[in-house]
Structures are given as structure tokens and as C-alpha cells.
Ligand binder design. Structure first.
Ligand code: IDP
Ligand code: MG
Length: 139
């Protein structure tokens, strides 16, 4: 038990397509423990801030629009080597390039509507988790 943490969001496409249960099942079966979870909805301002590192890129406006298009499920996950292990489980950002069996390959609609988010570093997992959950130190 124990390990490091990552932050994830089941994105609006996957929620609309009724994949919350299937995705959480994959997450659990791959050894992640769900430490905190909530269904919520981005406002435009919060989506712009969350993805601020991508501001100005060609896909930014479409990404913000999409992330505000419906509810999401945000969660803190724990596992040994959580960041890398989870990035492996979700697969390539572009679902057409994602390996068979990965969450994006199985459930994504498109490059932008790619079903799920996973943090890319310990530092960003804390920052991103703090966007949705208080007292991140407890994890
Ligand atoms: P990641 O989610 O795999 O870490 P990032 O490069 O951090 O990928 O991009 C954040 C999100 O922005 C992606 O998950 C995807 O939804 C969207 N995105 C990134 N690059 C593109 C692109 O080239 N076309 C369309 N959408 C993109
Ligand atoms: Mg990223």
C-alpha cells in the first residue's frame, strides 16, 4: 500500500458516452487506489487556467470549449510510480497513436476529446489536484 499520486479527469466525451464506470474499472484493475473523486463542471475561466500552459496553441480554444461542454470526473489516484504508470495506462494523447488496450484507444473520440487526463509530473499532480481538492498534503 502507499505510493505516489497522480491526478486524473474523465473528460466530457467519456462522461457523455457513459464510460465513467468502465474507465474507473480499468483504473482499479491496474492497481490504482482512488483517494478522492468528484463529478464537477469546468467554467471557462477555470478551464483556461487549468490548461494555461497551452494558451496560444492552435488547439487551445477548442480544448477549453470541449472541457466546458459537460461534466467531468476529477480524481486523485495512488500507486507506486503513479505518474508514469498512469500515462502508460491512458496511452498517447492522439488516440489514433495510442496502444491497444489503453484507455484512450478504448474510449476516446478524437485528439481533443480523448476521454481522460493524466498529470505529467509529481509537481503538476499536486497543482492540478489542488484545482479540485483541498488539503492535498493529506495525499
Ligand atoms: P496530454 O493530455 O496527453 O498530457 P497535452 O499535450 O498536455 O496532452 O495536451 C492537453 C490536451 O489538449 C490533450 O489531452 C488533448 O485533449 C488536447 N490536445 C493536445 N494536443 C492537441 C492537438 O494537437 N490537437 C487537438 N487537441 C490537442
Ligand atoms: Mg499534459
Amino acid at each position: 500500500m502507499g505510493g505516489s499520486i497522480t491526478f486524473t479527469m474523465i473528460k466530457p466525451d467519456a462522461v457523455r458516452n457513459n464510460f465513467i464506470g468502465a474507465i474507473l474499472k480499468q483504473i482499479n484493475e491496474n492497481g490504482f487506489r482512488i483517494k478522492a473523486i468528484k463529478m464537477t463542471h469546468f467554467t471557462r475561466e477555470r478551464a483556461e487556467a487549468f490548461y494555461g500552459v497551452h494558451a496560444g496553441k492552435f488547439f487551445f480554444d477548442g480544448l477549453v470549449e470541449f472541457m466546458c461542454s459537460g461534466p467531468i470526473v476529477a480524481a486523485i489516484l495512488e500507486k507506486e510510480n503513479a505518474i508514469d504508470s498512469f500515462r502508460e495506462l491512458i496511452g498517447n494523447t492522439n488516440p489514433e497513436k495510442a496502444d491497444e488496450g489503453t484507455i484512450r484507444k478504448l474510449f476516446a473520440e478524437s485528439f481533443t476529446a480523448n476521454a481522460i487526463h493524466g498529470s505529467d509530473s509529481d509537481e503538476n499532480a499536486l497543482l492540478e489536484g489542488s484545482f479540485f481538492f483541498s488539503v492535498m498534503e493529506q495525499f
